[in-house]
Design a protein around this ligand. Structure first.
Ligand code: CAO
Length: 430
């Protein structure tokens, strides 16, 4: 026989239909939620009053209904009908507040120890009952079952910003695809998803694995390290003349010396004077680990993204040796053949955009290292020598450091020594 399920006394003259949870052909059980209604003060799940098969659904989201409005017709077995017809309507268990209380201030991000590995560990999604979010009890239950914190679901496609089941599913899909929770653990809301196709034609390209891992690592560093970037310029006029002379001598060999090789040497000489630049913060943040080896990472631009091969024991190698090693490692990096151990153990990194251009930029520290040196294009500039302006080749340098380990004055002093070493490379012999 056919049973009509109607809106019971909901304590309000009229309520809105927020979600319809059944469709024709569905089998419903007694007490199963079939729709979500929302009044001025609360939202409620409407339970089925019958066991059977839905024949027709008479409401849709957005409808206004009142006591007695027909919700659905359900075909039930004769025997069950006698029992189910008189089933009472269940009062809503946990009414969701309509006006959410103001959100709690975000908790500060825990400073997690940086790790050498590039892959951020996947954060488990936590099950947190968050009364401030706007969602029906059935969606809350669904989220609880999946262990999803509704507070982290930023796409809410329901009316008045209500989170629907599909929004929770989308969130879970995104988390699984990314391997991490996109909020980055600092209580920072993630950037909402936008359907760009609404504004014009689009093409979706998958990020390379290197780009995805680099992105995760950079985000982690950005959130964990208080970074400062200090800009300065080194006069490399003499160094450049020497470099050009050496290169013309070596024209018959395959070796080409670029400014970067001298910068590597100048940096290592400064690190010897400032051990805190050749250090890492211990994982508990209580001490500094000073390194007695000098390995320099070089950021290399490859078709698949940024990779950082490490030149080991730079202090023991000549500029010629370093030139061969850098050429070999950057070629390997560009052809994707660099081995993982060739990218590990760096003490400090150089990111040189000098071959491309630029006047300054703010590189991000390659944690757990404590600093990174950025280099942009050297340029002839008029420099005042006390009597007149003379043309000098000036190299822009950008030093970003972890302010937990390095103070501003120390950063400036370190940079002064790097500059001095580059301006008079005889100092590298000392
Ligand atoms: N000022 C002026 N000219 C410079 C220069 C500088 N600071 N640095 C390099 N050049 C010149 C070189 O002398 C060379 O000139 P010639 O062709 O006339 O000989 C030319 O620019 C190209 O140099 P290069 O880039 O091939 O060589 P390099 O040793 O300077 O750098 C490497 C090697 C691997 C670091 C570089 O090729 C590279 O990949 N840089 C990009 C790094 C990067 O992407 N950093 C960003 C990280 S943050 O996203």
């Amino acid at each position: 026989m056919l049973i009509e399920i109607k809106v019971p006394d909901v304590g309000a003259p009229q309520v809105d239909v927020i979600e319809v949870l059944i469709q024709a052909g569905d089998t419903v059980a007694l007490d199963q939620s079939i729709a979500t209604l929302e009044g001025d003060k609360a939202s409620m799940e409407l339970p089925s009053t019958a066991n059977g098969v839905v024949q027709q659904v008479h409401i849709k989201p957005g409808d206004k209904v009142s006591e007695g409005t027909l919700i659905a017709t359900v075909l039930v077995e004769e025997a069950a009908a006698a029992v189910t017809e008189s089933a009472p309507v269940k009062a809503p268990e946990v009414p969701a507040p309509i006006a959410p209380p103001p959100p709690k201030p975000a908790e500060p991000a825990p400073i997690t120890p940086p790790s050498v590995a590039n892959i951020a560990p996947a954060q488990p999604v936590t099950s947190v009952s968050n009364p401030a979010v706007h969602a029906s009890p059935s969606v809350r239950m669904f989220a609880r079952e999946l262990g999803v914190d509704l507070g982290k679901v930023t796409v809410a496609t329901g009316r008045k910003g209500r989170i629907l089941k599909d929004d929770v599913k989308l969130f879970v899909k995104q988390v699984l695809a990314e391997g991490v929770v996109s909020t980055g653990g600092a209580g920072i809301p993630s950037i909402p998803a936008v359907d760009f196709s609404v504004f014009g034609n689009i093409e979706v390209q998958k990020l390379s694995k290197i780009k995805r891992l680099t992105g995760q690592n950079l985000t982690r560093v950005w959130l964990n390290l208080p970074m400062v970037t200090y800009h300065d310029e080194a006069d490399i006029t003499e160094m450049e003349a020497f470099r050009v002379a050496l290169n013309s001598e070596k024209a018959k060999d395959d070796i080409k010396l670029t400014a970067l090789l001298f910068i590597i040497k100048a940096l290592v000489a400064a690190m010897k004077q400032f051990p805190s630049f050749n250090a890492s913060l211990s994982s508990d943040g209580e001490s500094i680990i000073l390194k007695q080896y000098f390995n320099i990472g070089i950021a290399v631009d490859t078709p698949n993204g940024l990779v950082v091969p490490v030149l080991r024991d730079v202090d023991t190698k000549s500029i010629n040796q370093l030139s061969v090693e850098l050429a070999g490692k950057s070629a390997k990096a560009r052809s994707g053949k660099l081995l993982p151990n060739e990218m590990q153990g760096g003490c400090l990194t150089i990111s040189s955009l000098g071959g491309i251009g630029g006047t300054a930029f703010t590189p991000i520290v390659n944690a757990p290292e404590v600093a990174i040196l950025g280099v942009t294009r050297a340029k002839m500039q008029p420099v005042w020598n006390g009597k007149e302006f003379i043309p000098r080749l000036m190299l822009p340098l950008d030093l970003t450091y972890d302010h937990r380990v390095i103070d501003g004055a120390e950063g400036a002093r370190f940079m002064a020594v790097v500059k001095q070493n580059l301006s008079d490379i005889r100092r590298l012999l000392l």
